[in-house]
Design a binder for this molecule. Structure first.
Ligand code: HEM
Length: 487
């Protein structure tokens, strides 16, 4: 009754709930996409719900994505929301522990190491890491077996990303203690830490110790490299950051370089490892597509399957479409939040979002909207081929889209696109191309080694685990594998 009587006509409708502080926390937390879908049907594209006592306004659909992700810096703010989680994990003075203008400069520095020239050198490194991993891992010994694919893909992701982005020295330390330390950093990202980030709990103590130790490892490497003249591993991320200078003339200090190295690896780890796990789960549910992927490589590259190169990846459209289609249905970041800094009128409505609300964008909603994607719930990589009956209606393509420079190079605004797994606007992902190169290489290499199917021969797909900030397959995500007979 209170919710009906005290409804403010200038604010979006509030999702009905029984208990004041808990509000919709449980229904949202159990299955965010379902929560968005059901409430969109009831209340329209813009509605408010109570998340741990906070009024959270969700605006879904392409207009909502644009309203939030392309919001002006004076209206919306990301760092106020994320800093409690990210600063203890990454360290001080980077990403969300600094003004937005500094983050934009840092993104520019990090982007310099993510060029096609760099990617050309990354593909063989990633390919070797994958084949080395499947050779030495006991769960992949023999001719066939069953494996919980999630932890395996998490390891493959960290080995490939650390080796490609941070060089062989950092990579070799992942065989020793660095893997455990990163695991402790990970625990800092559990959603409970939005409330308990400060508490002297065992996992927070481990997080703080790991942050200091990992940053110390990077800073030692930086010092040693400086002493050696700075020419070592000339193309890697650390080298680029060591040679970057802020607009005010200050070179990037060593502790910031170390913290950016942590931030980059953490940003990519969860999203890429969740996506690669979903790809393997999906392939196990569609062995026919896994076979097509193998045949695509044989047809395009030749039956002897030469070593993979960056150029080769461009010749494998189905391999590319697998990544695209998996991110459409399983974007690991389901909710993107912003604090509201000024009352924000929603164009075309009578609503004004007050500063007491948090805004939530969920681009996955438009990514599974039948308006743009025929049979949206169907995982069908062939829909990305020209002339497919299931082809999406995307409006302007990425190339045609309006471009904007926030300080780290031109990025497409993505304003009208229903497909935004990498976000849009000033906080848009800079790791998109790296993630594509990494994921496409991992898929191509796994397809060369294995045939997958579901353990029970079915086409069913496991549910999603939403318990951490990045969604991923529920575990155990068991996959039956068989070694491929090589010609
Ligand atoms: C930002 C998704 C991989 C680095 C973002 C955002 C999304 C996203 C949705 C926007 C967040 C927001 O607006 O609040 C993904 C997905 C990935 C992926 C789906 C893989 C499949 C990577 C990788 C890296 C990376 C591999 C690093 C090499 C970043 C950075 C930001 C970002 C630095 C900027 C954060 C900001 O400006 O606030 N990513 N990402 N990401 N991502 Fe990624």
């Amino acid at each position: 009754l209170q919710q009906i009587l005290f409804k403010n006509p200038n604010e979006p409708p509030v999702v009905f709930h029984w208990f004041p502080v808990i509000g919709s926390t449980i229904t949202y937390g159990m299955d965010p996409p379902r929560f968005f879908h059901e409430n969109r049907q009831k209340y329209g594209d813009c509605f408010t719900f109570v998340l741990l006592g906070k009024k959270t306004t969700c605006y879904v659909g392409t207009q909502g994505n644009d309203f939030i992700l392309n919001g002006k810096i004076r209206d919306v703010n990301a760092e106020e929301i994320y800093t409690v989680l990210t600063t203890p994990v990454f360290g001080k003075d980077v990403v969300y522990d600094c003004p937005n203008s500094k983050l934009m400069e840092q993104k520019k520095f990090m982007k310099i190491a993510l060029t096609s020239e760099a990617f050309r050198s990354y593909v063989p490194i990633i390919a070797d890491e994958v084949s080395g991993y499947v050779k030495r891992t006991p769960d992949f010994k023999g001719q066939s077996g069953i494996v919980n694919i999630c932890p395996k893909m998490a390891q493959i992701t960290i080995f490939t990303a650390s080796h490609a982005l941070q060089g062989s020295e950092v990579r070799s330390r992942f065989d020793e203690k660095l893997a455990d330390l990163y695991h402790h950093l990970d625990m800092g990202f559990s959603p409970i830490n939005f409330m308990l980030h400060w508490a002297p709990l065992p996992w927070n103590n481990r997080r703080d110790h790991a942050q200091k130790t990992v940053a110390g490892i990077y800073m030692d490497i930086i010092k040693r490299r400086r002493a050696a003249g700075g020419e070592e591993d000339a193309q890697d991320m650390m080298h680029h950051l060591m040679n970057s200078t802020y607009k005010n003339g200050t070179p990037v200090p060593d502790h910031e370089i170390a913290h950016m190295m942590i931030a980059l690896l953490m940003a990519g780890q969860h999203s890429s490892s969740s996506t690669s796990a979903w790809i393997m789960v999906r392939l196990a549910s569609r062995p026919d597509i896994m076979e097509e992927l193998y045949q695509e490589q044989v047809r395009v590259l030749g039956a002897d399957l030469p070593p993979l190169t960056y150029e080769n990846l461009h010749k494998l459209p189905l391999n590319q479409a697998i990544v695209k289609e998996t991110l459409r249905l399983h974007a690991p970041i389901h909710s993107i939040m912003r604090a509201v800094k000024q009352p924000m009128p929603v164009p075309g409505t009578k609503y004004v979002i007050p500063t007491s609300h948090v805004l939530l964008a969920a681009p996955g909603v438009s990514g599974s909207d039948p308006k743009y994607f025929p049979k949206p719930d169907l995982w069908e990589p062939h829909r990305w081929e020209d002339g497919s009956p299931l082809a999406p209606t995307l409006g302007r393509s990425d190339e045609e889209d309006e471009k904007i420079d926030y300080g780290y190079g031109l990025v497409s605004k993505g304003a009208g696109s229903p497909y935004l797994p990498f976000g849009a606007g000033r906080h848009r992902c800079i790791g998109e191309q790296f993630a594509n190169v990494q994921l496409q290489t991992i898929v191509a290499m796994m397809v060369r080694e294995f045939k997958f199917r579901n353990v029970d021969h079915s086409n069913t797909v496991i549910g999603t685990d939403y318990a951490s900030l990045f969604s991923r397959p529920l575990e155990p995500a068991n996959v039956y594998w068989e070694r491929r007979e090589k010609a």
